[in-house]
Design a binder for this molecule. Structure first.
Ligand code: ADP
Ligand code: MG
Length: 342
């Protein structure tokens, strides 16, 4: 009986990402990993599908149903829908009726007090009794096993869907950081525009993402890759197929990649010298889905002359770190973000 009660006070750690939401349950590990997408009825604003199911509907809905990504621009773009999505995800893991739930949830490093409050309120409305916030790059660092409380500097770059967060961490705090709204989504947009301009062809967001993940790269490849692309001809409106290669896609995404490189260099320039020396020894750690882009580590190495590592399983680094914080709240109390009362 006692075990049963221990089980039912399910504490959760949540990575509410712009592309994916991941939930870690205390003592169990990652129990949910689905796209942060909601399909809802335009008239009633009632949610009809979330996650994978809603992703299937993306770009295929009719007049009455709208599909959105409520976290798209970094924090919460649509408060009501985001809260509904969180509540539905928690329901989905059968934890909705569980009492005294603690939730540790992460937020992008550059968020304002109001945005923090919004995230906290959403978690409370979704049923949490105690809510703790942590900065995403801090969670990512803990997730990849960095001793964040040590008196040495570490640089983490998390490239997600909506934002790229670059942070330098030491002594359980963020020494300096840069967050830009250029990340995976922007690469997809560039690919969509490329097909418009060069092939007179309209492709969907999902197709653009498949192209990026399939053949996307930021350094010349030993053997360039090709992919079959389906879309609609912009001139005659008829569906058509073409073949694209990795060299042209690399060119198509070059601008946002350069923006990310500039942000990295800017953060390095602003880093105090002692910590810069630490980064020279320890290198840069890449997390988030963008870390999987072919050759990104090599490109950053080339442009900064620093050692660069891709985290193991970069897509789950943040939720694993947030989970560790949940499991050891005492130990990690210093990394939690405080909310000023508004
Ligand atoms: P968020 O934290 O914002 O939810 P994630 O860290 O989950 O973002 O990363 C999602 C982003 O990573 C998406 O833009 C997705 O297209 C991109 N991504 C996932 N896998 C790959 C891959 N193999 N190559 C390039 N980009 C990828
Ligand atoms: Mg993320």
């Amino acid at each position: 009986m006692r075990r049963f009660f221990n089980f039912i006070t399910a504490d959760l750690a949540i990575d509410l990402g712009t592309a994916y939401t991941l939930i870690y349950m205390k003592g169990k590990g990652v129990v949910l990993n689905e796209p942060s997408i909601v399909a809802y009825d335009r008239n009633t604003r009632k949610i009809v599908a979330i996650g994978n199911e809603a992703k299937e509907m993306l770009g295929r809905t009719h007049r009455d149903i709208r599909t959105i990504r409520p976290m798209k621009d970094g924090v919460i773009a649509d408060f009501e829908i985001a809260e509904g999505m969180l509540r539905e995800f928690i329901k989905k893991i059968h934890a909705n009726w569980l009492p005294s739930r603690r939730i540790v949830i992460c937020v992008p490093s550059g968020v304002t007090e109001v945005e923090k409050r919004t995230v906290r309120d959403s978690a409370e409305h979704a049923g949490a009794k105690e809510v703790y916030l942590i900065a995403e790059p801090m969670a990512a660092a803990i997730g990849v096993g960095i001793e964040v409380d040590a008196p040495v500097g570490n640089m983490i770059i998390d490239i997600g869907g909506g934002t790229t967060d670059i942070a330098v961490i030491a002594l359980s705090g963020i020494v300096n950081e840069e967050s830009i709204r250029i990340a995976g989504d922007e690469l997809n947009n560039c690919i969509i525009n490329f097909f418009k301009k060069n092939y007179n062809m309209l492709i969907g967001e999902r197709t653009a993402e498949q192209i990026k993940c399939g053949i996307g790269s930021v350094m010349p490849l030993k053997e360039e890759l090709t992919i079959q692309v389906k879309g609609r001809d912009l001139v005659n409106g008829i569906p058509k197929i073409t073949i694209a290669n990795s060299a042209e896609i690399r060119e198509a995404i070059n601008e946002p990649i350069q923006n990310i490189m500039e942000a990295i260099k800017l953060t390095l320039e602003r880093t105090p010298p002692e910590i810069a020396a630490d980064i020279l020894d320890r290198g840069i750690m890449l997390t988030g889905g963008g870390a999987l882009l072919r050759g990104l580590d090599e490109r950053i190495r080339l442009e900064t002359n620093l050692p660069v590592f891709v985290a193991e399983d970069p897509l789950t680094a943040v939720v694993r770190g947030t989970g560790k914080v949940l499991e050891n709240l005492e130990k990690y109390s210093k990394v939690l973000l405080r909310n000023k009362r508004l």
